[in-house]
Structures are given as C-alpha cells and as structure tokens.
Design a protein around this ligand. Structure first.
Ligand code: KG4
Ligand code: ZN
Length: 343
C-alpha cells in the first residue's frame, strides 16, 4: 500500500510518499518561515495563500523522487487538524480533490498523531507501550501510548506551550522568527552559572507544566540588566538560563512520567524535540531509568509530510477513510481518536 501525505497545518508545506512495504520513498518540505519572519509570527492568511502556491509543485517533485505514478498510489492523506483552519483547508481541499479525481480514498490525519508517531519512521523504531513527550509550538503534552491510536494524556501545559515560550523569549532577545533554533544557537555561548531561572511546578506532584512564568522571568532579567555594558553577553546568558530551565523541567516531568506509568521507553516528538540540549538530556535520563529514548531525525520533529503519509497509511490499512465533506478542525482532542487495528 502506497500513500501520499500532505501537511499544511501551519507554516510548512510538506508532502511525502510512504509505502507500507518499502517505507518512506520521498519527502519534501517547504518552510514559509522567511515570509512570516518580518511579522515575528505566522500570519494565517499569508500561510494559506502560500500553501496554494507550493503544494502542486511539491507533489510533482515528490512523485518524481519516489518514481511513483498515480496508478501506484492507494490513498491520499492530509492533515485535518488541529491547526490554522485556512491553512488546513488548502491541504484538505487539494487532498480530497486529488483523491476524488483518481478514485482513491482520502484519509484525514490528526497532526499530533503524526508528530507522536514520527519516530516510528526511524530505525530502530520504538515499540508500544511508551511515554511520549510532545513539545511543539502549540502543544506540550505527556502521552501514554498503549498502542497506535490509543492515547492517554497524562500531563499538559496549563498555559504556554514550550515552543511558544522559546519563540516569545527569542523575540525578547531580538532573535529572528522562529525563535527556537536561534535561541538554541545563542545559548551555546551563554554562561550556565550566571543566572538561575525557576523550574516551574516541579515542587508539586503531578505531570502538569507551566511555561509563561519563565518567559516573564527572562523579560525581568533583561530589564534589570539593561544598563550592562555587554548586551551581547547578557542575551547569550539569558538564553542559556532559559534553555537550561526548560530542559531541566521537561526532564524532571519525563522521569516522573516513566516512573508513574512503569514504562521504560520515552519517545520525543514535535519541533522542540529538535533541540540538541534536550535530546542529550533525555537520552541520559532514559538510560538512567534503565530504558531508552527515541527521537525522530530533526527535520521530522518539526512539521513534515512524512509523518502524515505514515499515519495515513496505517489508518488506511486498518480500513479508515472518508467519502465526503470537509472535516478540518482547528481543535481536535488527541484522546478522541480510535485505536488502530493491528495490521
Ligand atoms: O512541531 P512544530 O514544527 O509546529 C507545531 O506543530 O507547532 O514546532 C514548532 C516549534 C516552534 O515554536 C519552534 O521555535 C520550536 O518548535 N523549535 C525549537 C527548535 N526547533 C524548533 N525549539 C527549541 N530548539 C530547537 N532547536
Ligand atoms: Zn506540528
């Protein structure tokens, strides 16, 4: 079974082809981030229009890269939510039209399920059950994954998502959008001993997160030191203190989640999962706990079509697809999905 996947939930147009026997055949991502950079955030209408421009050429390129003709395609998967409705509609309209015109099934995919399962594209792939830490621009979740499609949310952020906190702190430090990768780079030259930022909510039991206070702490630190002669050093030291606090907080909650669920595998997903300090820390943590941490390659941590083609293929194999109607959803609870029958 061969499925083409289309991702347009935010500011990346992603297209990929996944084959159930041969694996990932081809994938391409077009990032709009330079277009949104001047606004320091995603402008939804610009995002939708750019998806319209990019998708058809991307699909043609991916078909060519995968040496695939339409006659070899068994289904068209597209991200149906959660995300920006206008952007989602572009992928859904194109995906459904292509499917209809070729007489193929169309498969709506949950964006967060795509992220959660992206590390199953890697080798070795984690086996279920596992604990997943999903850290993206819009979500911070700890999820107990008993099997594919069966997701129990065991912790989440009460306010900002981690990626959002990275982006806002990066803007405060004058870094270009999207801030996460730029902040990570700046933090490398920061002094870890100069500032100590709080580790939010670690001194009370539970798996909830809160990141909005950290961003405020960073703003206050910058303000207090606004007369420092070396503002470049200050920015690097604040970036380092912020990142250390985030990584520490996530690690503490991941350790708790592994112990609370009695599981040994930790799977990391979402854009912030590309952060090297976080990857290193969680790798060590899982090993300390007698388990193992799994990560998608960095380009599959952020939004991509490969994870959508992959989940689309799993769901189509288990007989799931829709015939009519547009079904994109800005909000869509992850734990409302159906478990996938083993194939
Ligand atoms: O998963 P993703 O591509 O999109 C959403 O579904 O939200 O995540 C994007 C987020 C952004 O907030 C971005 O700044 C953050 O992931 N991010 C990073 C890094 N790379 C991307 N944050 C920290 N360090 C990174 N290296
Ligand atoms: Zn995403």
């Amino acid at each position: 079974m061969r499925v083409i996947g289309i991702e347009t939930s935010c500011d990346e147009s992603g297209v990929a082809i996944y084959d159930a026997r041969e694996g990932l055949l081809a994938q391409r991502i077009y990032s709009q981030c330079s277009m949104h950079a001047e606004y320091a955030g995603v402008v939804p209408e610009l995002a939708s229009r750019d998806h319209v421009r990019r998708l058809l050429p991307l699909i043609a390129e991916v078909m060519r890269d995968a040496r695939t003709e339409w006659a070899q395609v068994d289904g068209v998967a597209y991200t149906a939510g959660p995300g920006l409705v206008g952007a989602l509609l572009v992928g859904a309209a194109l995906g459904r039209s292509l499917a209809w015109s070729r007489g193929l099934p169309a498969v709506p995919v949950h964006h967060l399920e795509g992220h959660l399962l992206a590390s199953l594209l890697e080798s070795p792939a984690p086996a279920c059950p596992f604990v997943a830490l999903l850290v993206s621009g819009g979500h911070t979740l700890l999820v107990k994954v008993d099997r594919v499609g069966c997701y129990e949310i065991i912790g989440e952020s009460l306010d900002d998502a981690v990626g959002e906190a990275f982006d806002k702190t990066a803007t405060l430090l004058g870094l270009p959008y999207p801030g996460g990768p730029a902040l990570e780079q700046l933090a490398r030259s920061g002094d870890p001993s100069r500032f100590s930022f709080p580790r939010p909510m670690v001194d009370r039991p539970g798996l909830e997160f809160s990141f909005s206070g950290l961003k405020t702490f960073a703003a206050n630190t910058v303000m207090e030191h606004r007369h420092d002669a070396d503002q470049g050093r200050l920015r690097a030291d604040v970036a380092r203190a912020f990142q250390d606090a985030v990584v520490d907080t996530l690690a503490i909650k991941c350790r708790r989640a592994l112990r609370a669920t009695n599981l040994s595998r930790l799977v990391v997903a979402g854009g912030v999962g590309a952060n090297r300090a976080l990857r290193q820390r969680l790798t060590e943590l899982a090993r300390d706990e007698g388990g193992e941490a799994f990560f998608p390659r960095a380009e599959f941590c952020t939004d991509n079509g490969a994870m959508i083609a992959f989940v689309g293929c799993l769901r189509l194999q288990s007989g799931e697809w829709t015939r009519g109607g547009f079904d994109v959803r800005a909000r869509w609870p992850l734990d409302s999905l159906e478990a996938i029958a083993p194939v």
